[in-house]
Design a protein around this ligand. Structure first.
Ligand code: ZN
Length: 411
């Protein structure tokens, strides 16, 4: 066995050192659980440093390192990117910057903007969009309801990760994606959270069944993940009341060199484990179903909006669930202030545009076009402030936060 040789070689080499030679040996592993105890004895690798995934401050610092040699547009806020990438490792962040650079280069841009990072994030998390893949109207409807089902269940259960974006643009193998921001840590997974996550995974299939009274094969990945989670709950995490806090995992019999030992429980217990796993998935399926039945109107609104817009962000979903017609919303966003209006406020928005026009001097030369998920605007740089030249708002987009700093007096 190759691994055994490696292990013996390391031990021989380490034992060869005199204690005063001043040689420090460092090694890294992702699988501390399968390390041979011989390596862990005092005098061998006797200092252990656990390196977890970086938190938001860590990610910001990592992003700073990876963007050091990358030209960024002035508007790029690394802190926003750091906040939007929980669960990313250093390697993931390096990859994100790399992808953003590739996307910017493809557009012939000389520097990276927020939109490049946003698109790179979608690509890294959800896979490459397959825009050429055509869905039939029927497939599109089923996919829209499937993803809307995930979204509604996720938003109605506590302890599920917030839905960040939902899309029916095919990516990789999937026809649609409901993207939740990966959780900071799965270390503290409670029983309730695990159960709610199973409901979330079942939400897609559930919506298909409720609306179309038929079942497609589009939920196979959801079912696989839900089953794995339920199995872990029962076998590894002692979350089943019936079976108690016992480890029923075959993996606990792993020997050092890989491979599984025989199961250490009876056929009867084995049956009870299987029943409990089925029960866990089924009961959470029912929970998802109840949520969708109670929120049928919102389910229809989100699904129909998906059919029209194909991708919805968290803000749009929130508005749709609240019954706001997202096509009615207009947004004006500048580095100085952020303003939201709906149809009956467009007069105010127009007024602000007029004011801005008056303030603009034709002497300014520096233009910058800023891409945001909701559209683009072109700014004129002048003094400490940017002034807007032109705004293009994509229909259906809304942001409601008022983010004002001192600069808002500029209005
Ligand atoms: Zn799904």
């Amino acid at each position: 066995d190759e691994r055994e040789q490696t292990l013996n070689q390391i031990l021989v080499e380490m034992d060869g050192f005199e204690s005063n030679e001043g040689v420090i040996i460092m090694a890294a592993t992702n699988r501390i659980d399968v390390l041979d105890p011989a390596l862990l004895r005092p005098g061998r690798f006797d200092r252990r440093v656990t390196v977890g995934r970086p938190d938001v401050r860590g990610r910001l610092q990592i992003l700073k390192v990876h963007t050091k040699k990358t030209p960024l547009e002035g508007i790029v806020d690394l802190e926003v990117i750091a906040k939007g990438t929980p669960g990313f490792t250093g390697a993931d962040l390096a990859n994100l910057v790399n992808e953003a650079a590739l996307l910017a280069a493809r557009d012939g841009k000389k520097s990276l903007g927020m939109i490049d990072f946003e698109n790179a994030k979608d690509k890294v998390i959800m896979g490459v969009a397959r825009k050429s893949m055509m869905l039939s109207d029927r497939e599109k409807r089923v996919t829209a309801y499937h993803e809307a089902g995930h979204t509604l269940v996720g938003l109605n259960l506590p302890y599920t990760d917030p839905v960040h974006k939902v899309s029916i643009i095919p990516r990789g193998q999937a026809l649609g994606v409901t993207m939740t921001l990966p959780n900071e840590d799965m270390l503290n997974l409670t029983k309730e959270k695990a159960e709610n996550f199973i409901s979330f995974l079942m939400g897609g299939r559930c919506a298909e069944e409720l609306i179309f009274q038929e079942i497609s094969n589009g939920a196979s990945n959801d079912i696989e993940r839900a089953t794995d989670l339920a199995r872990n709950m029962v076998c590894n995490w002692g979350m089943s009341e019936k079976l108690g806090p016992i480890n029923y995992s075959r993996e606990s019999n792993y020997n050092v060199y890989g491979g599984q030992g025989p199961a250490q429980f009876s056929d009867d217990t084995s049956k009870r484990i299987d029943n409990e796993i089925v029960e866990t998935v089924k009961s959470n399926y029912e929970k998802a179903k109840t949520i969708l039945q109670e929120n049928a109107d919102a389910l229809h609104r989100v699904a129909e909006a998906l059919i029209v817009w194909e991708t919805l962000d968290a803000e749009q979903i929130k508005n749709l669930i609240a019954g706001v017609d997202i096509a009615d919303l207009v947004v004006v966003d500048t580095p100085d202030a952020l303003l939201v209006a709906n149809k009956n406020q467009t007069q105010d928005v127009k007024h602000i545009f007029e004011q801005l026009k008056k303030m603009q001097h034709s002497t300014s030369e520096l233009h910058q076009t800023v891409h945001r998920p909701w559209g683009t605007y072109t700014t004129l740089e002048e003094g400490p402030f940017y002034k807007i030249k032109r705004i293009e708002v994509k229909p259906g987009h809304a942001l409601s936060a008022q983010s004002h700093e001192k600069r808002s007096e500029h209005w």
